[in-house]
Design a protein around this ligand. Structure first.
Ligand SMILES: Nc1ncnc2c1ncn2[C@@H]1O[C@H](COP(=O)(O)OP(=O)(O)OP(=O)(O)O)[C@@H](O)[C@H]1O
Ligand SMILES: [Mg+2]
Length: 454
């Protein structure tokens, strides 16, 4: 067992990570606002927190688990940030500041404090691979126990992960007992041979460590890292779409996180290094206007589909020097945007083809992330890919639903769902499933977990 200390000032946070999971943790909690003991409310029992550190903003959510099996979102905090580029920290201080700001806002709204967060991980350094593990059941009674399942999963992860990479998920897709497939939970069954098909998601160990250090410097610890596209999928996909096979594309600012799901769970994940910023940059060049102005024009007047934009609808656009303005038709703006959006969908299709699911995705593509709100993007996506495309809004939670019903919040909302599920599982293994189905046992664990944290 190799343990290594990560992040923060040792007197404040001392976290040991093993395979991406917190193995040992001694936390002396300090306020994010001031040094010394924390004023204000303490951590409420059953509190979960999500942190999504994106290229344009940090989003923090606090949620409350209730005995009835509901997840209520009780706190929301957002802070603008440019500290990340495509999933990699490029400005530590800026990222730490934004994390503190977002978390404080969420804490104040939820009237509680946060110590640990479930953290979204994205970036081009993320990879996913489908693997298979096989073991023999040698005991006399042939009954499969949890230890056999763990051994099968261990066999699947052996050799599939180079040293410099960190496993963030081992997602069992299905178990096969003596050739019978489609088994979700083989424990209690009898057999001679147990196989598991799993998707292993890894990321660069150093990129994750840099991110974890930023979180630790905000006096928080990372309870579990989760794949951003897995989280976005959790928030926006319908069960019927998963049954058919579906892709989720979280089109953010610097990246587009793609996850392909079928009825067995995550099939493929990939991150495309292009997002809404790509459109903004092209608008700035094409309209000869500063980047912040191009961003504003895109959000207020941008249309992805040229045919949907009226030629006689004009927008005042200041030039780079700021001394003159020019009148530009919305149609001319759409003529710059449409080709960029088509390119993004071309890259999403390439990811789908790479996964081997080309032509077998009846559930289509569900787009989410801030860029999914661009007017006309669905029509352009459908034309470019030949697949059905819809915008996915985060659904299914209670509490501040109106506040987080924004595609830019999908990842953070999904992180909360995965955090709740993860409490019901062990050893870095997260499998899909309804939180309500697990909840009887889950609530007991939550109570135990909250007790331990004092
Ligand atoms: N109404 C809108 N029309 C067009 N684009 C929009 C609109 N609203 C937001 N965006 C774009 O969405 C992007 C931000 O989305 P989001 O908040 O999901 O990104 P992020 O999570 O910070 O970044 P990433 O996931 O790439 O790291 C920006 O590029 C912004 O311009
Ligand atoms: Mg994002």
């Amino acid at each position: 067992m190799t343990l290594k200390p990560v992040g923060g000032r040792p007197e404040a946070v001392d976290i040991m990570l093993e395979k991406g999971k917190v193995a040992v943790q001694r936390t002396y909690y300090q306020s994010r606002k001031e040094e010394g003991l924390l004023p204000g409310p303490r951590v409420k029992p059953g509190t979960l927190a999500a942190l999504d550190i994106g290229s344009s903003k940090v989003c923090a959510l606090v949620a409350q688990l209730s005995e009835g099996g509901k997840i209520d979102i009780t706190g929301y905090g957002m802070a603008l940030s440019n500290g990340m580029r495509r999933g990699v920290v490029v400005d530590v201080d800026g990222t730490v500041r934004a994390v503190r700001e977002a978390v404080e806002k969420a804490e104040d709204m939820a009237q509680t404090r946060i110590r640990g967060v479930t953290l979204g991980v994205a970036g081009t350094h993320v990879q996913s691979v489908n693997v298979r593990g096989v073991i023999g059941i040698t005991r006399g009674d042939k009954e499969i126990v949890q230890d056999d399942v763990d051994r099968a999963l261990e066999a699947a992860r052996v050799d599939s992960v180079p040293q410099e990479r960190q496993i963030i998920h081992v997602l069992p897709r299905q178990y096969i007992v003596d050739g019978y497939d489609g088994i979700f939970d083989p424990v209690g069954m009898v057999g001679n041979r147990l196989e598991v098909e799993a998707n292993i998601v890894t990321c660069s160990a150093t990129s994750l460590e840099n991110l974890t250090r930023c979180v630790a410097r905000a006096n928080l610890h990372v309870e579990t890292p989760v794949l951003a596209s897995l989280a976005s999928g959790e928030a926006v996909l319908h069960q019927a779409e998963r049954e058919l096979g579906v892709a989720v594309a979280d089109i953010g600012c610097g990246t587009t996180d793609v996850g392909i799901f079928d009825r067995h769970g995550l099939y493929h994940a990939g991150v495309i290094p292009v997002g809404g910023e790509y459109i903004t940059k092209d608008l700035a060049v094409g309209l000869r206007t500063p980047l912040p102005m191009a961003e504003k024009i895109k959000i207020q007047h941008g249309v992805a589909l040229v045919d949907a934009a009226r030629a006689d609808d004009y927008v005042e656009v200041p030039d780079v020097g700021g001394s003159r303005t020019q009148k530009i038709g919305r149609r001319a703006i759409a003529e710059i945007i449409q080709p960029r959006v088509e390119e993004i969908f071309g890259l999403i299709m390439r990811e789908i083809t790479k996964s081997g699911r080309d032509g077998v995705l009846p559930g289509g593509i569900v787009i989410t992330g801030g860029t999914a709100t661009l007017e006309g993007i669905v029509e352009v996506g459908q034309d470019a890919t030949g697949l059905s495309v819809r915008v996915g809004y985060p659904e299914g939670q209670g509490g501040l639903t109106e506040l987080v019903r924004d595609p830019a919040c999908s990842c953070a909302v999904g992180i909360i769902c995965l955090a709740a599920q993860n409490l019901g599982y062990t050893e870095g293994v997260t499998v899909g499933g309804q939180v309500s189905g697990l909840f009887g046992d889950l609530w007991g664990r939550v109570r135990g977990w909250v007790k331990q944290s004092y």
